[in-house]
Unconditional design. Structure first.
Length: 106
């Protein structure tokens, strides 16, 4: 499965469009983990704990679009867009959403 943010795949022709595929992953934050992340990880302005969680969420969302594209008979997803949003009434969760167009290449 080819996954790309570009609208085309160089050297390939899009033969069929199967439609939009989406994937979402929401990660919750934990007050104790947050506290210790602030104490332990935020040296130099980065939090390794949060980065690991965001990476996991991004990978889950990408896996969802790949699975959805396969179910539609596609062999690629083009025009992929990734978005990150804070959600929840108190901003305690982070959502990663990924969307793109499932296609069959010729």
């Amino acid at each position: 499965m080819i996954l790309t943010t570009t609208p085309t795949v160089e050297g390939k022709t899009i033969r069929d469009y199967h439609g939009l595929v989406t994937g979402e992953a929401i990660i919750g934050t934990n007050i104790f983990r947050d506290f210790f992340a602030n104490v332990r990880d935020v040296v130099g302005g980065r939090s390794a704990a949060y980065e690991r969680e965001l990476k996991k969420a991004r990978e889950l969302a990408i896996d969802e679009i790949e699975t959805a594209a396969r179910e539609l008979g596609a062999d690629a997803v083009v025009g992929i867009d990734l978005d990150y949003e804070v959600v929840g009434s108190d901003g305690s969760m982070m959502m990663v959403s990924v969307n793109g167009t499932a296609v069959t290449l010729g």
